[in-house]
Design a protein around this ligand. Sequence first.
Ligand SMILES: [Zn+2]
Ligand SMILES: [Zn+2]
Length: 182
Amino acid sequence: MVPLGPDSFHHVYLPGQEAQPARRARRCLLKDCERWYEPARPQSRYCSGNCAAAARRWRQVKASRAYRASDNGRKRRREQNRRYRRRRRERAATSASADVPVSCEGQRPASGDENFVGRMCDRPGCYTVFVVKNEHACQRFCSVACRLALRRVLDREARYQQRRRRWRRERWTRRRHPPNTS
Ligand SMILES: [Zn+2]
Ligand SMILES: [Zn+2]
């Protein structure tokens, strides 16, 4: 048996392997990707164009869900239902001689489930839907992992904005009060 010397461990840290992320590296925000990558721009959130596109698709799904859940969407659906019923009534009236029973109209399932609503996770790429008590409930994420992933990114972006503001302010004061070099 070969004794385990320091040489035996060299293969663990082969150069070029993904073992240690570079200093500027960050994690892709997209759920189920989370790859380490080197951002090209300070505010980048995703490792690749593919992940950015996946996040855009996710946002569309999220937005249309939110719209359907919103008062606006509900009002529109109510109007659609009303129009539908009116058309049915008119049709029934024109064929009144055929004795069409009008009583069965409006027999849709009652919407008594307003107390519990399904909500989609706020983390880009996460389609998990969880149940909250009502639309004012404050839970926004399906899990702690998703909550922390977005928190990390928002904190980083806030720090970046802060640095930019400070930098602009300093540049502005330097321009108004140039250092006395005489
Ligand atoms: Zn990614
Ligand atoms: Zn989630």
